[in-house]
Design a binder for this molecule. Structure first.
Ligand SMILES: [Zn+2]
Length: 848
């Protein structure tokens, strides 16, 4: 039974048989608020007349199916989300008329009503296989075609798709039809439809190959937050960079960016019709890291216009390459073309850490995963795909050199434009451009899982000079591959109160032990930094002297990227139970006040909070919580007025606040009796404060209702749901659980807000019953809630803070006996691994 699955073999068979000429898709969005009408006319040829195939369509109420004029009986041909098509001719026309439901999970055609003004907003989200929830498809990336959309909608709506929006033709009853021109050849998953009462702004970018119309769209209630000048500036900087770097004109005519509600991911690279989550138009003060990230998202999607949309993977095996490339390209472009010139530092402080974490979970997999079917794609689409993949491409660029890398790419775009390719095609282009054999490199880096650890081994002579120095490479026994790494090695001395780099060496590391004879005779520095410049993807260890140097004064290190490597190394050591959680917290408190990288400032306190709440020994956790709370209060008081530090420390302080004094501070910030110069207690910060008071049991439903009355937006509703879920009483937890885990119609973003707020430190007693509730729910949650909501719930509502040997044993028993599907079990196994890691860290931390 295929269900909604599709195997690689089935797709290959279908691609060998068919060639798709065109889709004509008529959608009527005026049927009701529950369903829309969809009529698809699919023209395609068949290489073997008489053969059979199938088309894809999910959840349809079919009215009519005809193949080459023959009427087919839906009851006979429509099963398991497929339409069986027998007796194909050389030239075929399939016509399918049906009704389909709107989505509230962000998959398919999502429908949203803004609570502020009751206006209606729709948008599609199709990757990986959800175009078949909106029209009849051959749902696989290598059956490219042109698409002609005709959309009937209320006449006052905006209707946007991959082709430029035509003038609507009026129909009766306040309706109109938008007849779009056919698209360029593309895959189904990057087609798109966005419709509703959107606000629209148009600009034109004069590029080196001609004009590109730039549209920006958002909900009416967000118009005041659409900082369109900034968005246009970044978009133009991106186009100028990519058209030059890729040496290929932007392929899809116009470029619209639509900020849409209740969006599951950051954004989606629909050709010429990019959708982005509308939280990127913030209504409250945000730190620079927020804007840096938004810029990287904008550039990531733009890079996909070439890498992904123009040249598309043949099958989802190369999804990693699609994402890793866009990820690498966006940071590269940010550095080269925008004001975010140190975004690789931000990458190291935040994004890259998610890759390291994912790669050390039992579910890790090679970057180039074997995606034999769509279910495997679901299991293998994670931060290995994005963060590790981008890190490894960065290493590849260091390995072949940027110029050759770029030359290979340019040829690749020309060779495969509007077609499909596989990784080997890119590799061949890069080998040709660089003259380097890359098959072995790809094998080591892409076809094996796990992260290596690099540590220095040395001897020092009587004068304090290295008499030997080598890099030792190790690997986890389950993932034993040792790799070739291009790395930098930095030697830093303390000079006039600063840590200054005296010597830098770039070299190749290979195998277990690599001698560095070039550095023999150098005076042992205060800090020896492996992977300086962050060229490779590996965990690094600091030797004893280097660790002492940074604990004492990391802030003396001027280079933000070098600091990011040290932050990363110490956080790794904490996670690996090689550095006490208490020591990591002390390191953060001592040095975060002077950190300058925007991501460092906003992300590192969250690592420290994790160390406090999960990695500290239970016996003295209360002391460490108090120390962290006190330290943040001091940092908040000392932070520069209006700085990102001030905002971040205020948020972090609110997150930990539990003492009477701290709770009183939060109340006083809310009522205005406590102020910090430059710190605006705006709506989103009000919610942070109130949610913390709710978690402490100080603020109840009445206070949350009151706040919601001030902020009756979808964002307010989501914050209110989170605040209620945070409350430490059994009734509140039961209601939150019902909404987020039991009910099947809670909108995706509301559900996520509840889930993220549910598990709280210091609430062990009220949360204890939810171990069993979690495991029971996990048995069938995937089937009940669907991919998006099930994965959110399983990952983030796992009872991590109840870490104990008993919890491990209970989870093990469940893993043995549960009928849950592999995708669901994966999240449970990951939660278990986090608990095991926390217990080891707690044991180390107890020894102080
Ligand atoms: Zn992407």
């Amino acid at each position: 039974m295929p269900g909604t699955n599709l195997t690689r073999d089935e797709a290959a068979t279908r691609a060998a048989l068919l060639s798709v000429e065109s889709y004509t898709i008529d959608l009527d969005l005026t049927v009701s608020d529950k369903v829309f009408a969809s009529t698809t006319v699919l023209r395609f040829t068949c290489a073997e007349p008489g053969a059979s195939t199938f088309a894809d369509l999910v959840d349809a109420s079919l009215h009519e199916v005809t193949l080459n004029g023959r009427t087919l009986d839906p009851a006979e041909v429509y099963r398991d989300s497929r339409l069986t098509l027998d007796g194909l001719e050389a030239d075929n026309e399939l016509r399918v008329h049906c009704e389909l439901p709107y989505s509230h999970t962000g998959e398919g055609l999502h429908r949203f009503v803004d609570p502020v003004d009751d206006r209606v907003y729709l948008y599609s989200q199709f990757e990986v296989p959800d175009a078949r929830r909106v029209y009849t498809t051959f749902e696989q990336p290598d059956l490219k075609s042109t698409f002609t959309f005709n959309v009937t909608a209320p006449e006052h709506w905006k209707v946007v798709s991959n082709s430029p929006s035509p003038a609507p033709e009026a129909l009766a009853d306040g309706k109109a039809v938008w007849r779009f021109e056919p698209t360029k050849p593309m895959s189904t998953y990057i087609t798109a439809l966005v419709a509703g009462e959107y606000h629209e702004v148009q600009h034109t970018y004069a590029g080196k190959h001609g004009d590109i119309p730039l549209g920006h769209y958002c909900r009416q209630s967000l118009v005041e937050f659409l900082d369109v000048d900034e968005l246009v500036k970044l978009t133009e900087q991106g186009f100028a960079f990519f058209e030059e770097a890729f040496d290929f004109p932007y392929p899809f005519g116009k470029y619209d960016q639509l900020y849409v509600p209740e969006y599951n991911m950051g954004a989606m690279e629909n050709a010429g019709c990019v959708t982005l989550r509308d939280e990127y138009l913030p209504r409250s003060r945000q730190p620079r890291s927020f804007y840096e990230f938004r810029c990287s998202v904008i550039l990531h999607e733009m890079a996909h216009m070439w890498f992904g949309d123009l040249v598309t993977m043949k099958w989802w095996d190369d999804l990693w390459l699609n994402e890793s490339f866009a990820e690498w390209a966006c940071y590269h472009a940010e550095v080269e073309a925008t004001e975010y010139t140190d975004s690789w530092t931000g990458f190291a402080n935040a994004r890259k850490q998610t890759g390291y974490r994912q790669d050390q979970l039992p579910s890790t997999h090679p970057i180039a995963a074997d995606n034999h079917d769509l279910q495997a794609v679901e299991v293998n689409f994670d931060m290995i795909t994005y963060a590790k993949g981008a890190s490894v491409l960065k290493q590849l660029v260091a390995w072949v050199g940027l110029e050759d890398f770029q030359a290979g790419l340019r040829q690749y775009f020309k060779d495969f434009a509007y077609g499909n390719s596989e990784f080997k095609d890119l590799l061949a282009a890069l080998e040709k451009a660089s003259g380097r054999e890359l098959g072995g490199w790809a094998q080591e880096w892409l076809q094996t899982a796990g992260v290596n650890t690099l540590a220095a081994e040395f001897e020092v002579d009587a004068e304090g000079r290295y008499s030997s120095l080598a890099v030792r490479q190790t690997a986890h026994p389950d993932w034993p591959t040792l790799r070739r790494h291009r790395i930098g090695v930095g030697l830093y001395d303390e000079v006039d109160g600063r840590l200054v780099r005296r010597h830098y060496l770039e070299t190749d590391v290979e195998g277990e032990l690599t001698e560095l004879p070039e550095l023999v005779g150098q005076q042992q520095p205060a800090l020896l930094l492996l992977n300086d410049s962050d060229l490779t993807y590996a965990k690094i260890r600091l030797d004893e002297r280097s660790l002492a140097t940074v604990v004492d004064g990391l802030s003396k290190l001027d280079d933000s990227l070098a600091r990011a490597l040290v932050w990363g190394a110490t956080w790794d050591m904490t996670r690996d139970a090689e550095m006490r959680a208490s020591d990591f917290v002390a390191l953060v408190l001592r040095n975060i006040g002077t950190e300058t990288d925007s991501w460092g400032v906003s992300r590192i306190p969250t690592y420290a909070a994790q160390a406090v709440n999960h990695f500290s020994a239970p016996a003295h956790r209360n002391d460490l919580r108090a120390e962290w709370e006190r330290g943040l209060r001091e940092l908040l008081g000392a932070a520069e007025a209006g700085s990102d530090h001030q905002l971040t420390f205020a948020r972090s302080y609110a997150a930990i606040a539990h003492s009477d004094a701290a709770v009183a501070d939060l109340e006083a910030l809310l009522d205005g009796s406590l102020t910090f110069e430059g710190l605006a207690v705006d709506q989103d910060l009000r919610w942070v404060l109130l949610t913390s008071l709710a978690a402490s049991g100080v603020a109840g439903d009445d206070r949350i209702d009151e706040e919601l009355a001030r902020d009756h937006t979808i964002s307010g509703q989501e914050h209110a749901a989170a605040a209620r879920a945070a409350r430490p009483d059994a009734e509140a937890k039961a209601a939150a659980w019902e909404a987020a885990v039991t009910k099947t119609d809670t909108p995706n973003e509301t559900q996520r807000s509840i889930i993220l707020s549910f598990q709280r430190p210091g609430q062990d007693e009220v949360l204890a019953p939810y171990v069993e509730h979690y495991l029971t729910a996990a048995d069938d949650i995937w089937e009940r809630l669907g991919t998006q909501r099930a994965s959110t719930a399983l990952e983030f509502i796992f009872p991590r803070q109840l870490a104990s040997a008993e919890l491990l044993a209970r989870v093990d028993a469940w893993l043995e006996s549960s009928p849950a599907n592999p995708a669901a079990k994966r999240y449970v196994r990951e939660g278990r691994a986090d608990v095991a890691r926390a217990l080891a860290a707690q044991e180390l931390d107890a020894r102080r």
